[in-house]
Design a protein around this ligand. Sequence first.
Ligand SMILES: [Zn+2]
Length: 277
Amino acid sequence: MVNIGCHLSAAKGYEHMGKEALDIGANTFAFFTRNPRGGKAKAIDEEDARRLRLLLEEHNFGKLVAHAPYTLNPCSKDEKVRNFAYIAMSEDMERMEYTPGNYYNFHPGSHVGQGVEKGIEMIAGLLNRILTPRQSTIVLLETMAGKGSEIGGKFEELAAIIDKVEQKDKIGVCMDTCHISDGGYDIIHDLDGVLEEFDRVVGLSKLRAVHINDSLNPVGSHKDRHAKIGEGHLGTETIVKVITHPKLKHLPFILETPNELPGYAAEIRMLRKAAEK
Ligand SMILES: [Zn+2]
């Protein structure tokens, strides 16, 4: 069975997310480790986290894909912003151990005019400060749309970051279908070719999760505007090809479409049905 889910709110606790996932037919999910716009994280209730771990095991969930706050920019010009990235990510690595063995996804960052090379240097530098051989979490770099000075819009940039990371077994990639299409990778007409290119540049063994989103804009637009599945340029057919592709189908698929829970439930139902055909 394909592992599919969506972003859920952690506001009502960890076990609550697990129950909500079950309610909407999900067997994986994403959640923000703290307020997505930044700020201090709420303490984790150990008993609540334990109940979630039991629920995940009992219902055979796939890997979870936690998400770092959007405001985190390890390659900002501003030292305060870079410092927040370090503090938030190192705290999050500890927090993730309450749900061990899962993924933690982040947007690599924007170099804001300092240049791609410098940006890559700073991102890898941060990862080398926070990743330890003891942690059970794998940190994922998200593929980006290449908007503004965003790093990660090209597979080569992700490969260059990974190349500089010391703890190679603690780092992976999360592919976002909207972002890679916006970044210029034509998964509508040549998904196989794009995956071959990813394999050549980064290595498919590094690919650990997929964000499944339709895109409001055509391939190469560098916009990053998510659409509901079937309401964008990618279309349902492309997304179904992604979740059933022999090289991808074992991965956790996370919806980040503009939906409330009933909309997510409907997309999950539709995609499961399509994947079984
Ligand atoms: Zn995404």
